[in-house]
Write a protein that binds this ligand. Structure first.
Ligand code: 4GO
Length: 224
């Protein structure tokens, strides 16, 4: 999977080199190519923003540098083009799975008050939000999206880590996990997990999933 990112802050994407995603990049399973929109501005002072028509606070990113960056990265429109925005469709696991199947993604990150609407209309396929809150830029949401999708690319998670036993894979929240020691701060690991009875363990875990989902996210049970 190839992911191109159009951003004013490509350095932010260096942090993807950490951990599981970093390993996947090293192994060539995914590639992340963050490009600075400023490299494409025709303005001799490197300007990429201007005041909004109609007035109001802040600055808006101008269309020319963005359009030219996107055209350079994806001249034949072979990537699915996404703009990170609080106005977008809220990201969920079904959307993650659909995007993870794409061979190429191009993610546009806005800053300030956002980007000129005409590049969204001309160049963008989908607007996605990571949740109902506003951030100063689309870069962190883009990294959330990249991380969530990369986990579903074949080979990214080791054989011991899996995407099919976790929260949301079956529409429920996850059961609690325990590891050594058997007692910590006076708290014992639930007896059944030490029993070696795999059927009893599976039953206990299912019950815990239903219990925590009923308590915290009854809406998920309704959907099921
Ligand atoms: C995306 C972008 C929040 C999200 C953003 C989100 N804030 N909830 N800020 O996914 C245009 C300028 C949007 C700053 C950007």
């Amino acid at each position: 999977m190839r992911i191109d990112v159009a951003t004013l802050f490509p350095e932010m994407f260096e942090s993807l080199k950490c951990g599981v995603i970093g390993k996947a990049i090293e192994r060539g399973l995914i590639s992340v190519n963050a490009v600075n929109i400023r490299e494409y501005t025709a303005d001799k002072h490197g300007k990429c923003d201007d005041t909004p028509f109609g007035g109001g606070a802040g600055m808006v990113m101008t269309p020319q540098p963005i359009h030219d960056t996107i055209r350079a990265l994806d001249p034949d429109r072979s990537a699915l083009r996404i703009y990170m925005s609080p106005k977008g469709k809220t990201l969920d696991q079904a959307t993650v799975l659909r995007l993870a199947k794409c061979e190429r993604l191009l993610i546009l990150c806005g800053n300030y008050e956002g980007v000129d609407q005409r590049v969204i209309d001309e160049d963008i396929d989908e607007e996605i939000s990571i949740g109902d809150y506003v951030l100063t830029g689309g870069e962190l949401p883009a990294m959330v999206l990249i991380n969530a999708c990369a986990r579903y690319v074949k080979g990214v998670l080791g054989s011991e880590q899996s995407t099919d036993e976790e929260s949301f894979s079956d529409g429920l929240l996850e059961y609690p996990q325990y590891t050594r020691p058997r007692e910590y701060l006076g708290r014992e690991v639930p007896e059944v997990l030490l029993s070696g009875d795999h059927a009893a363990i599976a039953k206990w875990r299912r019950e815990k999933q239903l219990e925590i989902t009923r308590e915290r996210r009854p809406d998920l049970l309704e959907k099921k």
